[in-house]
Design a protein around this ligand. Structure first.
Ligand SMILES: Cc1cc2nc3c(=O)[nH]c(=O)nc-3n(C[C@H](O)[C@H](O)[C@H](O)COP(=O)(O)O)c2cc1C
Length: 191
């Protein structure tokens, strides 16, 4: 297949579109992040790349905590609103219902079916537009009706995802195969 070179891009596809919760100026504030990903399995750690201009950043710095909330397609409009307006000018504390875990200062959004409670470990300054918040995931909360045998039923979770460059919210589709399983064969796969 012939390739078209597009130069440097951020076309990692798909991306998450998670809701970040943090205490800022003594109230919960929510924003959207697509630049968010796991960085270690054990202990579980996650990183969040935020533009330095955001209101959220100072709150995470001060409290040392934040939450990562996985939304559903039904919550897309509410989530998008939090990714458009800033808590500096608009009070977003009422956009979602905050609940708290063991840290006590990482507001999690009750309407989102999956919530990760995170304790800040380190901030990395890229000397550019963004800074990276690296955190340990100290708690996981999930709607009980989505738990089967102690695990999340991902098909019923229906997590909201995001694609660039079309800037679209989407949902995940069909199962392709079981990971660490379908590639088991004796020679190089041809299919
Ligand atoms: C789909 C989507 C993805 C976004 N991803 C990021 C991101 O990864 N990092 C970031 O700094 N801002 C991201 N934003 C922008 C912030 O969510 C937005 O500027 C927000 O209003 C900041 O809120 P705050 O000023 O209250 O902190 C995203 C917005 C949308 C709509």
């Amino acid at each position: 297949m012939e390739k078209t070179a597009l130069g440097p891009t951020t076309y990692l596809c798909p991306m998450p579109a998670v809701l970040i919760g943090a205490m800022v100026d003594d109230r919960p504030n929510y924003m959207v992040a697509a630049y968010c990903g796991l960085v270690q399995h054990d202990p579980p750690m996650i990183a969040l790349s935020l533009a330095k201009t955001h209101y959220t950043n100072a709150g995470i710095r001060k409290s040392g905590a934040f939450s990562v909330n996985v939304a559903t397609p039904e919550l897309a409009e509410r989530l998008d609103h939090c990714g458009i307006v800033s808590g500096r000018t608009d009070d977003k504390s009422g956009c979602f219902t905050a609940f708290y875990g063991s840290l006590g200062n990482a507001p999690m959004a009750a309407e989102c079916p999956l919530n990760l409670e995170c304790r800040l470990i380190q901030i990395v300054d890229f000397l550019g537009t963004n800074e990276l918040f690296i955190a340990e995931i100290v708690g996981t909360y999930v709607n009980s009706d989505l738990v089967t045998d102690g695990h999340i039923d991902v098909a019923r979770l229906d997590p909201l995802i995001f694609t660039v460059p079309d800037s679209m919210y989407r949902r995940i589709g069909d199962i392709v195969g079981r990971a660490w399983h379908i590639g088991r064969c004796t020679g190089p796969p041809t299919g």
